[in-house]
Design a protein around this ligand. Structure first.
Ligand code: AMP
Ligand code: MG
Length: 406
């Protein structure tokens, strides 16, 4: 049996980013940028007005007061999108809208609120410093500058920047295709009637949601019964994807065929069993260059193993710079005696901010219990060598449900 740290290292060493490709900007949202982006031009491309008002020479309004305004003749109206040929000379002004280019001769914009109109002239009631309300060419981005970095997620802001730069196609890591194969004779579909001995399949749906949330594309396979032939068939189909997750069937039960099936297929087993709880019988293979995760079937275990191993793997393959959830050291809010000695325990906790942040059990910790999983803000990691934690003792947590999720 290996440790959590060793297992995670093996997983990441055997998952590699997919080759990048170019996609239309409209399809790039949520993907990861595959190359550094340098700006092909200045943003904004020309000096322009930051306000609706008048383009003037600062000198002409330097002595303006409410009693004694500067009177300037308006020689043109400039809307955004227009390009004016007229020049602002002494005693003249050009009416200008936000975004319109600063006309020749003008060095300042005086906003509308500081002016009064009278007989085709503008009365400026107050001086403003030279350069006021002008947005300079290149003040946001200079031509040639590194604007976005490889590995950055393309969110709405990045989309805006790429559009502004005129980049209609962008290099990205493609969405990772993830096969979700759930095994178990006892499993029913959501709408099927419960009959004695059967339960409804939760993992197909939680895993599918987790894959989506990690930024990848799930392919949900029909549930597979606990027989080797069916499992072999599903796994072969799974190879169409970039990564395979199997749920259930990796323990020591007589009908746990996932390991055997992968062995028959010639997959390389990297590990089976990790010194952790829950999720002790987790397994990991490489098959045909693709990672395969054998996740034990208990629903809370499944969520935790995905979080701790599959999610970072997916993110590495999708080119993300940040593979892991944020982590934090907090204080235990209550005593806790560990269930299994010599294994790392992932504890479902909720966090409360008092003088410091405290972690409390989010409910019963059984591997099948989903409600405590739903109530948890974080997973606390109780190290292998620690048998109990006292109230007030420090503990590391992985923030799996960031506040925006609540
Ligand atoms: P296994 O890992 O196949 O030995 O399953 C361990 C436990 O998890 C058993 O009690 C199963 O009934 C349960 N289980 C397995 N797969 C699922 C699933 N997809 N949804 C809900 N419970 C499951
Ligand atoms: Mg099973």
């Amino acid at each position: 049996m290996i440790s959590y740290e060793e297992a995670l290292k093996i997983v990441l060493n055997n998952c590699h980013p997919l080759p990048t490709r170019r996609v239309k900007l409209e399809e790039a949202y949520g993907l990861v940028l595959g190359e550094d982006i340098f700006s092909p031009g200045d943003v904004p491309p020309f000096d322009n007005s930051a306000m609706d008002g008048f383009a003037v020479r600062a000198e002409d309004i330097s002595k303006a007061t409410e009693e004694n305004p500067a009177i300037l003749e308006i020689i043109q109206d400039l809307k955004a999108g227009m390009y004016g040929e007229a020049e602002v000379v002494q005693g003249k002004a050009i009416k200008i809208m936000t975004g319109a280019p600063i006309p020749a001769g003008a060095d300042t914009v005086v906003r509308k609120e500081l002016t009064v109109l009278e007989n085709g002239s503008v009365l400026v009631l107050k001086p403003v410093p030279k350069g006021t309300d002008i947005r300079r060419a290149g003040e946001d981005i200079k031509a040639g500058n590194l604007v976005l970095k490889k590995g950055q997620v393309i969110q709405e802001e990045e989309i805006g920047i790429l559009a502004t730069l005129g980049l209609g196609e962008v290099p990205v890591y493609p969405p990772l295709k993830v096969a979700v194969i759930t095994t178990g004779d006892e499993l029913l579909g959501i709408t099927e009637k419960l009959v004695p001995g059967k339960i409804r399949d939760a993992n197909s749906y939680t895993l599918q949601a987790q894959v989506k949330k990690a930024g990848a594309k799930p392919f949900l396979f029909p549930r597979v019964p606990d027989d080797k032939e069916s499992i072999l068939k599903a796994l072969r189909e799974g190879l169409k994807c970039d990564l395979i997750i199997t749920s259930g069937g990796v323990s020591l039960g007589e009908y746990d065929f996932v390991k055997e099936a992968l062995e028959d297929l010639g997959a390389k087993l990297h590990f089976w069993k990790v010194r952790q709880r829950p999720g002790n019988p987790m397994a990991f293979w490489s098959w045909d260059g693709k990672p395969v995760f054998g996740i034990p079937g208990n629903p809370a275990t499944s969520i935790i193993c995905f979080e701790e191993y599959v999610r970072p793997a997916i993110r590495k393959m999708m080119g993300f710079i940040h593979l892991f959830r944020p982590q934090l050291k907090v204080l235990m809010g209550e005593d806790y005696i560990k269930e299994s000695r010599g294994r790392l325990q992932f504890l479902r906790v909720r966090l409360e901010k008092k003088d410091q942040i405290y972690a409390y059990l989010a409910g019963a910790q059984g591997s099948a219990i989903l409600t405590s999983m739903a109530a948890a803000d974080a997973l606390a990691l109780i190290p292998e060598e620690q048998d109990f934690l006292k109230r007030g003792e420090e503990v590391l947590v992985h923030l799996i449900h960031l506040p925006e999720d609540h």
